[in-house]
Ligand binder design. Structure first.
Ligand code: TXA
Ligand code: MG
Length: 336
């Protein structure tokens, strides 16, 4: 299959029209959201949804998020929206958050991997919004990467992973957030964060009056409530060591690896990078927003042909830093 690149310009209604047409025909179209690029399929079309799992190499027991244009549409695909959750939705959506709600089984069961719950998100990105407004169906969209690889934040990342496997990719430039949506389970007595994301637990607690807990999302051995969490994620092409013990420990590890004959890649803040010496240095920015935005692109920038190992600087666990660390720990081969 030839994958069409559709460049999006400000008033390019034709691109939106074509995307909607392809989706209606049961084809897969990758498009930008504010978090990461999504691989979209008509969620009402069982065969189209099957194609998503095939293109990504995604295990069929890992359910997809459905994307809808607004709260009204969200309500069509869930059995109920509890009162306190309604408040959350009105506060954070459209935005980088996904609600797990009780399923009303309107959609084919492969979307939700046969679960009694369904994941719904209202993205806040003009391209995603314009497509959703024109579709008379919700769009099932996982991140548009091959299973196990870092999520795509640029159209080129999608090309690297899915060229030839999907009908089209809308190139709308860089996403704006860079890490995936927060996944929050709203089916129990209190909301539970299943996947840390762009919206922090503290932000959610401000709305719920402190009522919200996080699952230990890094304990991969525990039976995960969010099926996706049990799989290896975000892995770069070469092994990654995350260093939490500061800049001296980083240089020590670089030196130790080089002594073993390894070519070492360094991923760090601009400031730290200036003080460290490795074979290839890549910076991820300075503040947490920048790091969230650049992280996956930078992880993708190391290739086997250049380095044997990546040494990466940890970030603070505050705010979105906790999400960044969650992703780094999942991507890592070792955390020191
Ligand atoms: O930011 C995002 O959420 C992006 C953009 C494209 O919207 N999408 C995304 O989708 O990250 P994906 O498929 O890569 O991750 C969805 C996560 C997986 O961990 C999956 O297991 C979980 O949501 N999930 C989906 N449905 C669920 C359900 N019913 N119960 C619990 N977890 C669910
Ligand atoms: Mg994903």
């Amino acid at each position: 299959m030839k994958t069409k690149r559709m460049l999006f310009h400000e008033d390019n209604e034709q691109v939106i029209k074509e995307a909607v047409h392809l989706l209606t025909e049961g084809e897969l179209v990758a498009f930008p959201t504010e978090t990461v690029y999504g691989l979209g399929a008509n969620a009402m079309d069982e065969t189209a949804v099957e194609k998503v799992f095939a293109a990504k190499g995604r295990p069929s027991d890992n359910p997809l998020i459905i994307h809808v244009a607004n709260i009204e549409q969200l309500k069509r695909f869930v059995a109920e929206v509890p009162h306190d959750i309604d408040r959350l939705i009105r506060t954070f959506s459209p935005g980088p958050i996904t609600y797990i709600l009780r399923n009303n089984y309107l959609l084919p069961s492969n979307v939700t991997a046969n679960l009694h719950t369904i994941a719904v998100r209202i993205p806040d990105h003009p391209i995603a919004q314009r497509i959703l407004e024109k579709c008379d169906f919700p769009i099932a969209a996982p991140s548009a990467n091959l299973s196990g690889k870092p999520s795509p934040t640029l159209a080129n990342h999608v090309f690297d992973d899915l060229d030839g496997k999907i009908a089209a990719i809308i190139d709308g430039g860089s996403t704006t957030v860079g890490v995936e949506s927060t996944v929050i389970d709203c089916t129990g007595n209190i909301p539970v964060i299943l996947r840390l994301g762009a919206i922090t637990t503290d932000q959610i607690k401000e709305v719920t009056g402190n009522i919200c807990v996080e699952t230990d999302t890094t304990n991969i051995k525990a039976v995960p409530k969010s099926p996706g969490l049990k799989y290896k994620h975000y892995a770069p092409a070469v092994p990654l060591i995350v260093i939490t013990k500061g800049i001296e420990a980083m240089q020590n590890e670089i030196d130790a690896q080089q002594k073993k004959g390894k070519t070492v890649g360094l991923l760090a803040s601009n400031k730290s990078a200036q003080k460290l010496i490795a074979n290839k240095t890549v910076t991820y920015g300075e503040n947490l927003q920048e790091i969230a935005l650049h992280l996956y692109d930078r992880l993708r920038s190391f290739h086997k042909s250049e380095v044997d190992i990546i040494i990466c600087e940890a970030v603070t666990q505050e705010g979105v830093g906790k999400t960044i660390m969650d992703r780094l720990i999942r991507a890592a081969h070792l955390v020191i």
